[in-house]
Each structure stands twice: as structure tokens, then as C-alpha cells.
Design a binder for this molecule. Sequence first.
Ligand SMILES: C[S@@+](CC[C@H](N)C(=O)[O-])C[C@H]1O[C@@H](n2cnc3c(N)ncnc32)[C@H](O)[C@@H]1O
Length: 369
Amino acid sequence: MARTYQDATGRWAGVGPYYAMFPVTFADYVVRRYTHPGEIVLDPFAGRGTAVFSAATLNRSAIGIEINPVGYVYAKTKLSPAKQEEVECRIDELGGHADQFKDEAAHMPHFFHRCYSHRVRRFLLAARSNLNWRRDRVDRTVMALLLVYLHGKSGEALSNQMRQTKSMSPQYAVRWWDEHDLDPPDIDPVAFIKSRLVWRYAKGIPEASNSRMYLGNSIAILGRLRQLIAKGKLSKANLLFTSPPYHAVTNYHYDQWIRLWLLGGPPNALSNGKGGGKFGSREGYRQLLENVFIRAARVLEDDATVYVRTDSRQFTYRTTLAILRDVFPDKHLTKVHRPMLKPSQTALFGKANTPSEKNGEVDLILMAQ
Ligand SMILES: C[S@@+](CC[C@H](N)C(=O)[O-])C[C@H]1O[C@@H](n2cnc3c(N)ncnc32)[C@H](O)[C@@H]1O
């Protein structure tokens, strides 16, 4: 059954905008089809946590790992959002701190002056400096909601008009606003963000089963999970359900630079952030996949299913297929090609959108024989 906005899980599932995210209905389908209630789903490239959220809200447990803090904040928040009253209170507090950031707001790089009004800049600086999103659930929830509304269509976000999913480059954005004569909206950030809580919380908060979300590199974290299993503190997973980054397609750091700035990162777009840049080196990409899948195999039950969605472009597809075959030689492999039939994220960014092997996806499903 598809999720609807008539219950809390339907309203929280969409947090937040992230490049190459799974559709929620697809994640729900895979979780239901390949696991039983009570079983454990592992996603070592969790992104905004779509697979993790599906599992956790369908009476399974989930373990997610994500190296990009933006995806992590969304995923961790969805599994356990703070109460609406606490979030409102914290937003008011931040509003109270905003005055302390007057001078800093006046001296930000030009991009920020064209993107946000002065009072929005002060508020964002207060949020950036005060929210302890790594440790505190209320602060993380406020941060997740700020990230959702940080940029987007006019009237639906804190910024001057911009795409919601992908941060534009500062030079491009400023030129575009100049050409279209657009100024940042002078909105009250406290009232704006609080107004957005009403819909999100109207049906309550999702009830997620015991699940974990880690921030960091899967290569290291899967090693720690293995130790927990050896000590009897964690059970092995029954489904590995993931979508690795595609080779040379997306730069998860560059494409999220404004959100990463709010989380404490630099005030400009860097193309070689910690998330592996665009995974442009073929050998680096191959090693990443190999290292992660080898380590993931060690924390899976012998009869676990492996479900990997990847890009159908030749290098990514062949590399992923070869590594999965090597790591799981005893499992039976099924391939499902999914040509891109609908307008895709890629199409939005100016690439061709004709259904073809070149811009579709492939699901690789490996099951115990
Ligand atoms: C295709 S996206 C996954 C999207 C996800 N299925 C969703 O629904 O949001 C791949 C993710 O892998 C993450 N990633 C890349 N290298 C990683 C690593 N070494 N450890 C953990 N995550 C990594 C990227 O930051 C990116 O968010």
C-alpha cells in the first residue's frame, strides 16, 4: 500500500531534497518483498535515508551509513524527529540570538547578500553557530527542516529563487538573479519556518523501530559493526539494499554546498569535498565499491539478499556487476533494466531524456540459491 499524507510516515518520508534519492514507493516495495517483519536492512550509501526509513517504519530494523552530513541529518531526523513544541521553542530561541550576528551578516560574501535578506542571514548564522545537530535531537530536527527550506522556488524557501535539490554555483546564481531582476525575499525566518511545521506535524511523528544511522565512511563503520556483531551486541543484516554513487555523475559535496555551509562548512562551493568529489577516478571508484561491498558482506547473514540499484552507463554498471559477482559468488543474480521514462533529475540539469541504456538504471538482485 502506498503511503499517503494521511499519516505521519507519509509526511516525513520526503525529508529532504537529495540528489539521486530512491522513490519512497520503490524502497517500500523492496523492503516488503525481500524481508520479513523483524529483519534487518543495511544501506551503506544511505543518502537521505529512504531505504532506512522504509525499513524502520515497516516493522523492520535498519542500519544506515552516510558520509555526507546533509543526507545524514535528513535520515537521522526522520527516524526520530523531536516534538513540535520543542522544535518551535528552539526556533524562537534562535530568533532571539539572531541580533548577535548583525555584523557578521553584513560582511558575508556577495552571494549570500543576493541569496538571503539581512534578517534571514542573521537567523541562519545563529542557527549555524548554535545548533548542535550531531548530538541533540531537537537541534538536528530544526536543522533538517532548515535544510529543506534553505533554497527552492519563490515563496517556498528562505532564499532568492533557486532549485531545491541542487545548490547553484555562486557566480551562476548571482548572474541569473541579476538578469531576472530578482531580490531575496524579506521574510521573517522564525514565522516562516514555524509555519512549515504545521503540515509536517499535523499527523504526528513516525514510529520507527530500533534503527541506527551513522555519519561517516562506510569502509570504517562497517568494520565497527562487525566488531559489535562479534561481541553479540548486534545481529547480522538480512537485506543489503543500497545505491552507490554513480561514477563521474554527481558531486554530492559541490551540489549541496549551501546546505553544507549551514552545517558548518566553507562559504563557497568546493569541488573536492570529503564525500569523494565526483568519483571521477575509475580506480578510486572501483576501490570504493569493492571495499564497501566486501565489508558489507561480513555483516550479512549467509542467506541475505543483496539489492543494488545502479546506473546503466557502462563503466558504473560493469564495475558494480563485477564486484558484486566476486563478493557474492554463491548467490543467484537477476538484472532488471529500468530505462528512464519520466523526466529525471538528470534531465532537469540539461541532459538528454530519451529512454535508453545510457541514462537508465539497473537493479542487480542477488539471492541465496
Ligand atoms: C546514490 S546516493 C544514495 C541515495 C539514497 N538511496 C537515497 O534514497 O537518498 C549515494 C550516497 O553514497 C554516499 N557515499 C559515497 N561514498 C560513501 C562512503 N564511503 N561511505 C558512506 N556513504 C558514501 C554519497 O554521499 C551519497 O549520498
